[in-house]
Every structure is written in C-alpha cells, then in structure tokens.
Ligand binder design. Structure first.
Ligand code: GLN
Length: 190
C-alpha cells in the first residue's frame, strides 16, 4: 500500500511519520506530476485551507485531485483538510474540493479556545487523544455522511464512503488509531 500526502503547506511530515510507524509507505505530493504515481489513499493535512486551496489551483492539481476523490480515491482530511473537502462552509464563501456532504464552520472555537487538547470517544475505536488548533467543527452532516465523534455536542469527525475527516490533529499525538482506521477503510474499499 502506498499513501500520497499532500505536501503543499502545513503538517504533512507528521502524517508521514504516523504512517511509517504503521509500516505504511508514503510519498509527498508537491506537483502535478506526483499525481501520476500509483497510490491507494490521499491525506490532506492541517494548515491553512485557503493557502492549500490556492496552491492546488496554481500548481494545476485541483481538478485532478477532485476528480480522483469523486471517483472513489480514499481521502483523509485533517483540520484544514476537512475544510477543503466540505461542500459547505458556513462562515466562508470560498469553497474548495467540495466533495463531502458536511457543513463546516471555520475557526469555529474563536480566539479564546483557539487551541486545546481533550480526550473523547471515536466511534468504533473508543477514547482517543484529540488536539485542536484553530479548528473547524462540523455543524451538520448530510446524505451518506456519518458522525464519528463529537466533543461537547459539536461534530469533530465524520466519514462518507471513501472520505474521512477530523477537525482535530491525530498526527500530533502518539496514538496511531485514526491512521490505522484510515488504512482499514482503504482495505475495506479495495
Ligand atoms: N484555521 C485553519 C483554516 O482555516 C485550519 C487550522 C488547522 O488546520 N490547524 O484553514
């Protein structure tokens, strides 16, 4: 198995380290030609969704990535990655890949609670560490999208067929369970 990690901006190295701890090989997607390689899943890291969205367009990768996801490529988006995949962002007119039936709220925890750590239940796994950094949350899920985790009544993880998103950063803690969940998802799809 081979995972492509979108490496235009943000916390991509941490995802590669998590995959390597699971014995999964990965490579960085930095330019259009990297999309010609064979890969079984894509990770879109946290960072700034607007910057990553802009770079995907400038590097002429946007249409191709969207098409791959629409055609079933397994994708895991964390934080900014969640915003890039959302079909609706309540407080932002800019939409990006817009492949997933979720309504997100950007920078949803405000300034006071910009960053925080908690532990909470994730469906099918149990209690896991969750690190939030200027995070969005999911206001609602639609269609086939299902809720996987909620913190204080706010949806922080969801799944829809080949797409997985978390508002938190599982790559910033030692716990490998969410990355393993994504790998299992890929195995179950293929
Ligand atoms: N606030 C960022 C955005 O709007 C997301 C933050 C993150 O990825 N840690 O894209």
């Amino acid at each position: 198995m081979q995972i492509g990690v979108l490496a235009l901006q943000g916390a991509f190295i941490e995802h590669e380290q998590m995959l390597s701890k699971l014995g999964i090989s990965s490579f960085e997607i930095r330019q259009k030609s990297d999309l010609d390689r064979n890969f079984d899943g894509l990770i879109i890291p946290g960072g700034e969704s607007t910057v990553q969205g802009k770079l995907m367009h400038e590097l002429e990768m946007f249409d191709r990535i969207k098409e791959m996801i629409d055609n079933g490529l397994p994708v895991f988006g964390t934080c900014a990655g969640l915003l890039l995949l959302a079909k609706e962002i309540e407080n932002d007119d800019r939409l990006h890949l817009a492949t997933m039936d979720i309504t997100a709220v950007r920078n949803a925890y405000g300034r006071q609670l910009g960053s925080f750590y908690t532990e909470d239940e994730f469906k099918g796994i149990g209690k896991i560490p969750m690190t939030f950094i200027r995070a969005p949350f999911i206001k609602s899920v639609h269609g086939d999208a299902e809720i996987l985790a909620e913190v204080d009544g706010k949806i922080v993880a969801a799944k829809q067929n080949n797409q997985l998103v978390t508002a938190f950063h599982p790559e910033l803690n030692d716990d490998l369970s969410i990355h393993k969940y994504f790998i299992d998802m890929i195995n179950n799809i293929s």
